[in-house]
Design a protein around this ligand. Sequence first.
Ligand code: FMN
Length: 185
Amino acid sequence: MAITGASGIVYGKRLLEELKIRKIETHLIVSEAAEKVIEHELELSKKDLEKLADRVYDADELTSPLMSGSFKTDGMVIIPCSMKTLAGVAHGFADNLILRAADVALKEKRRLVVVPRETPLNTIHLRNMLSAAELGVFVVPAMPAFYHKPKKIDDLVDFVVGRVLDCFDIEHKLFKRYSGMKPRG
Ligand SMILES: Cc1cc2nc3c(=O)[nH]c(=O)nc-3n(C[C@H](O)[C@H](O)[C@H](O)COP(=O)(O)O)c2cc1C
């Protein structure tokens, strides 16, 4: 799992919490930019966030096992995913551990989920999302729905995190699934 410097660090935090509850082993990389956004958005230090993961690495830690496809994983989630990191994923520009781990997930045909966050989107962002989707990446924008009748911000966050868990076929009850509209009359 990687947390990059886009707004919405809370999505990454919630995903880590949900994976911990399920005793799913997590290897976390927090980018340098994400450190700044963590400070800004959460009353939490990078260290506290990292406590939720089983193993942590710096983004410049190029000797990490995540550099190699021979290290087995079930896949990777980049949440939230900055437009910069999205660009790197879409173009195989593996100049840090986050991008190399994503490159490895692609070459090993493992599940790779990105949760991009930006608005409005420019043509480059849209092209990079298309390229990523064409490579088989699950593009799950931080774009909560409202059909589950959210009451608080946590409900919006849980919707996005739940959709990420769906990509890995991990059971959850983070939101009420849409089951059709009530019949009229
Ligand atoms: C408070 C704050 C919020 C930001 N929000 C976003 C964002 O939502 N999306 C985005 O693509 N970049 C955002 N950025 C800019 C990225 O952090 C910046 O492009 C950085 O180089 C991304 O690097 P990384 O992908 O290695 O984390 C934000 C920066 C700051 C300081």
